[in-house]
Design a protein around this ligand. Structure first.
Ligand SMILES: Nc1ncnc2c1ncn2[C@@H]1O[C@H](COP(=O)(O)OP(=O)(O)OP(=O)(O)O)[C@@H](O)[C@H]1O
Length: 416
């Protein structure tokens, strides 16, 4: 019985009664919120109660909370001991732990996959705003899957080899696809869809990484306090060691600052050095020669961006007759292995085709300054995005299951 702030408690059978302050019997509001590990338990559910609950849990190092069948993750922005330990992976895998965690989602997906293998695919969507922790979460999800799949026995080596290759691909994709933004020092500027393939017995046999929507305009334009893709800074940092000395010398003479598309950004450490990226390329199977070519293409892109164009008259323009523009044109052409005149023509003229297949005529028409500028920017972004796509498809070729026959559930060939 409750009266004012007092509560009378009667013990059944003994008929003993005692009187208490109400507050001492009810859990404090903090404790109540802490024990809510699924937001649907909140009453009432509204923006304030949800935020209050998440905030309270966060303050007590509880970074995961369920919302129905979804898990809400709050980025701790610091290393938390044992939050992703191997023991915890096994606990979720063996169902001895069920508190909200990304591992519980990975565990559900893996269990459903094993039960319905051959019939049902599973999908985990990691979404959130920039800097919220999607990339880190995806890495932990992948690690969970590789650990529990390894637990399946026989094919440990295959599984760890796939995991290793996916991990090796990370520094490459990060270098070419990540940049400093106002919200995140290592922001992925592309979408990623990772498909992990399992055999009928639940063994990992391969993976595919599909990349999409690369923010390629970043090559030529960056918002305030944001950087170009990390790889350009990495190349500039170690150019002297990795390219022919004439080019290194030239870049040194021009100075890194001479490259207009490489803004200096506060606290930018280019996220690892070029060596790490090149090592990852070697691990994934790209030869030294190809790596050198990739580096040359990157420097060529920087030179293309440095070419300045000036108007002669309304519909006619030319390359600025200064040292930087002229040298940049020559260097870009030489690094790409094309004639200087051809590159200049691509920037300043456009082809107009007329007639059918039989009587095809091609006219060359000069373009106005504005169009020449956008042709230059398009060329730089196009070359970069083709390079990125090519790298992504090369990586895919290395982690895809080779000759796997899904109908009999056996590997025909393993890539170890
Ligand atoms: N689980 C975590 N534990 C500790 N720190 C984390 C965790 N998740 C993210 N972080 C920190 O937050 C930073 C941003 O995370 P992340 O790059 O995963 O964000 P994102 O959502 O992928 O961002 P973007 O969309 O910009 O690529 C990381 O560099 C890391 O410092």
């Amino acid at each position: 019985m409750v009266e004012d702030d007092k509560c009378t408690v009667a013990v059944l059978h003994t008929e003993e009664t005692s009187v208490h302050e109400c507050d001492t019997l009810l859990p404090s509001s903090d404790q109540r919120l802490l024990s809510v590990d699924n937001l649907i338990q909140l009453a009432p559910i509204n923006q304030a109660s949800v935020l209050c609950c998440l905030n309270e849990r966060f303050a007590h190092d509880l970074f995961y909370t369920s919302a129905g069948s979804t898990v809400i993750a709050i980025n701790p922005f610091k290393e938390i001991q044992n939050l992703y330990s191997r023991d915890l992976v096994m606990a979720y895998h063996e169902n001895t732990e069920d508190s909200p965690h990304i591992y519980s989602k990975a565990g559900d997906a893996f269990r459903h996959l094993c039960r319905g293998l051959g019939k049902a695919n599973q999908c985990i969507i990691v979404s959130g705003e920039s800097g919220s922790g999607k990339t880190v979460s995806a890495k932990h999800l992948l690690r969970y899957l590789t650990l529990v799949a390894i637990g399946k026995g026989e094919q440990d080596q295959v599984c760890s080899s796939i995991e290793q290759r996916i991990l090796d691909s990370n520094p490459i994709l990060e270098a070419f696809g990540n940049a400093v933004t106002q919200r995140n020092d290592n922001s992925s500027r592309f979408g990623k869809f990772i498909k992990v393939q399992f055999s009928r017995n639940g063994q990992m046999v391969g993976a595919e990484i599909h990349t999409y929507l690369l923010e390629k305009t970043r090559v030529v334009h960056q918002s305030q306090d944001e950087s170009n893709f990390h790889i350009f800074y990495q190349v500039m940092e170690s150019l002297s060691a990795d390219l022919e000395s004439t080019l290194s010398e030239l870049v040194r003479r021009l100075g890194k600052e001479a490259f207009c598309t490489l803004p200096a950004v506060r606290n930018h450490h280019a996220h690892r050095d070029l060596n790490t990226t090149l090592c990852a390329m070697t691990q994934i199977g790209l030869s030294d020669g190809v790596q050198r070519d990739v580096t040359k293409v990157l420097v060529a892109i920087l030179f293309i961006c440095n070419i300045k164009i000036s108007a002669i008259e309304e519909e006619l323009c030319e390359l600025l007759n200064d040292n930087v523009s002229q040298t940049s044109l020559q260097q870009a052409a030489s690094l790409l292995g094309v004639e200087t005149a051809s590159l200049e023509q691509v920037l300043l003229y456009r082809n107009i085709k007329s007639g059918g297949d039989r009587r095809l005529s091609v006219f060359i028409k000069p373009v106005p300054e504005r169009e020449a500028n956008s042709r230059r920017d398009c060329l730089a972004t196009l070359v970069y995005s083709r390079l990125f796509d090519w790298l992504a498809s090369f990586i895919n070729g290395q982690i895809k299951p080779k000759d796997y026959d899904y109908t009999i559930g056996k590997h025909k060939e393993l890539f170890l």
